[in-house]
Every structure is written in C-alpha cells, then in structure tokens.
Design a binder for this molecule. Structure first.
Ligand code: EAX
Length: 326
C-alpha cells in the first residue's frame, strides 16, 4: 500500500514533463524522510514541476521518499560527495555540517510563523544559507518542518516535572540534546529511520516532532500522549549537491533557486495546514492530546541551557533572532 503510493507519486512526477528528446536532459535524485503525501513530498513535487517548467524539461526530479536514500545525516553526506543530488531535510543533523544552522534550533526562540518567515527570508536567514558552500553544500532555500511537540507512551506531560526521567529520542543535534538533558529527560539521539521501531519496542518512551511528521510517520500507532509543547521550531532546508551546482550555467542556477523557493513555499503551506488540522486527526486516531502546557515552566527550566547557548553562539546572535522586528 505504502509502496504503491510511492510508485504512484513517482510515475505522476515523471509524467508531468517528458524529457525524451531534450538535449542533455538530466534526472536528479531527491531524498527525504517522510511519505510522498507529507509536506516534504508536496515541496519536492512543487520544486520538480517548477524546475522542469523553467528548463523546458532539461532538469527533472525523481523523488526517493521514506528514507530510501538513508537518514537525514546520510543524505546530507551524500549531497557533499555527490551520490545524492537534492535533499529535503530538517535542520536536525545539518548543524553538524554548517554550525550556524544550530542557532535556529534553540528552544522557544521563534514566537510564531510570521517571526519565522521574517528571520529566515531576511538577512539572517540568507547569511546562514551563504555559509553552506564553504562546507561543501549548496542551500537553495529554507523550507519548513514546523513547531515540535512531545509524544510519549507513559504520561500526560504538562510540565517539565512530568517529563523527568522519560527516555526521549532526540535528533542528532547538540542544541536539542542540551535542552533535553537540562530538562532532566534522558536524551537518546537516533536517526529518524530507526525511530518507529524504537518507539514500538519501548527502547525509548517518546519523541518530539511537528504534527505533520507525527501523522505522516504514524507515530500515533506507537504513542499514547501528544503534548502540544511547541517547544522548538524546526526549519527544513532544500540542499543541492555542489556536484550538480558547479556544472550549471548562471541561467540554470537561477532556475534552481526559483524552483527551490517554489518548493519551500509549498512545503511551508502544507506543514502549516497539517499543524492546523492534524491535531484533530491524531485525536481521532486515538491519541490523548494534552493542550494545557505550562510553557513558562519549560522556559524557566531551560535557563541553564540558554546560558550554554550564549557561550557557544554569543548572546547577540541569539538576541538578533529573538528580538527581530517583524
Ligand atoms: O525531517 O528526525 C526528525 O525528527 C525530523 O524532524 C524528521 O526526520 C523530519
């Protein structure tokens, strides 16, 4: 059933533009961690359509959803060495390659979507994207994963005290791990493809992700409680391999940028509609949704983590995002 969905999406994608007969036509491999119906799939499709349209079918995109090309860290490594052409990924592992992206992973930094858009689409976001080439990667655009929420199989978490002692899977991301350690949970960094089984087998008690990811990965099947903590915003990035970028003409680079932005826009729209409508769906699927979260208590409990972030990044860089006028 799932495979059939993937095949259908791929066939549809390929049918949009026929590359037969286009001189030097090239099909790019694009990987992501979720199903084709997810915000990543919607973004990848929009990007592929725009790229094919702008290039008259010279450049097309073939999607490899559902971790088919590996976990997010592996896909980014693949882009660096040229075995993967395009990656749609959360910022999760990206800080291991481009340290400045870690700034965006600080808990309770972004207030709302308007704040997110102003920062990521403005000079701060651009400055971070500009860091990628010197680390062997091209970042075409900021997409979206979304505000993350805690799920677990044991307890209705409203306060940091409720979460104490839970074993929670985190992304392979130092900023997130510091936050969870500070909250007194046992952070277990793990690649996303291993997560469903780890939850199912009880290797970890919980995890945290945006609503769209929880729905797409069907974590409701292995998790009882969904706490709407919205404790951190999780950006996504559309990353291109320099092996592709370096052989493009200036005109083609423009097409890729435009297509990347079209993908990012569609991804944000889908992620936001999932965030707005998905909670009800997850409730219907049987999750207990906890809405009265003491977010002030979480922020208070995170104070020692904020001190560490200030040492690591410089307080002014954090404040520049936190206090950005929009
Ligand atoms: O990008 O690893 C994660 O939890 C990510 O949020 C997920 O793979 C979607």
């Amino acid at each position: 059933m799932f495979l059939k969905k993937i095949l259908t999406a791929t066939v549809l994608g390929a049918a949009l533009v026929s590359t037969a007969g286009v001189a030097g036509a090239a099909e790019l491999k694009l990987g992501y961690s979720l199903a084709p119906t997810s915000h990543y799939g919607v973004g990848a499709t929009a990007m592929g359509e725009e790229l094919a349209r702008l290039s008259g079918g010279k450049w097309t995109i073939k999607q490899f959803p559902a971790n088919a090309l590996g976990g997010e860290r592996e896909m980014v490594e693949g882009a660096q060495i040229g075995t993967v052409d395009v990656v749609v990924t959360s910022s999760g592992p990206v800080g291991n390659f481009v340290a400045d992206t870690l700034l965006t992973d600080i808990p309770f930094l972004f207030k709302d979507f308007k704040h997110v858009d102003a920062v990521l689409d403005g000079p701060i976001g651009q400055r971070i994207l500009d860091q990628f080439p010197k680390h062997g990667l091209i970042a075409l655009a900021w997409g979206e994963n979304g505000f993350r929420n805690l799920t677990n199989s044991k307890v209705a978490v409203k306060t940091p005290a409720d979460a104490k002692g839970l074993k929670i899977r985190t992304m392979e991301n130092q900023v997130h791990m510091t936050a969870f350690q500070t909250l007194g949970v046992l952070p277990t960094p793990m690649a996303f493809p291993e997560l469903f089984t780890a939850l199912q087998q009880g290797t970890v008690d919980g995890q945290e992700n945006p609503i769209g990811v929880i729905m797409s990965a069907k974590f409701d099947q292995v998790q009882k409680y969904l706490s709407l903590t919205q404790h951190v915003y999780s950006p996504a990035l559309i990353i291109l391999s320099p092996a592709v970028w370096n052989k493009l003409s200036a005109e083609e680079k423009g097409w890729f940028k435009t297509a990347g932005l079209a993908g990012a826009k569609a991804m944000r729209e889908k992620a936001r509609s999932d965030a707005a409508n998905g909670v009800e769906e997850l409730r219907k699927r049987g999750m207990t949704v906890v809405t009265d979260i003491d977010r002030a208590a979480f922020q208070e409990a995170l104070k020692p983590a904020y001190e560490q972030y200030a040492k690591k990044f410089g307080q002014e860089k954090i404040d520049e995002i936190r206090n950005y006028k929009y």
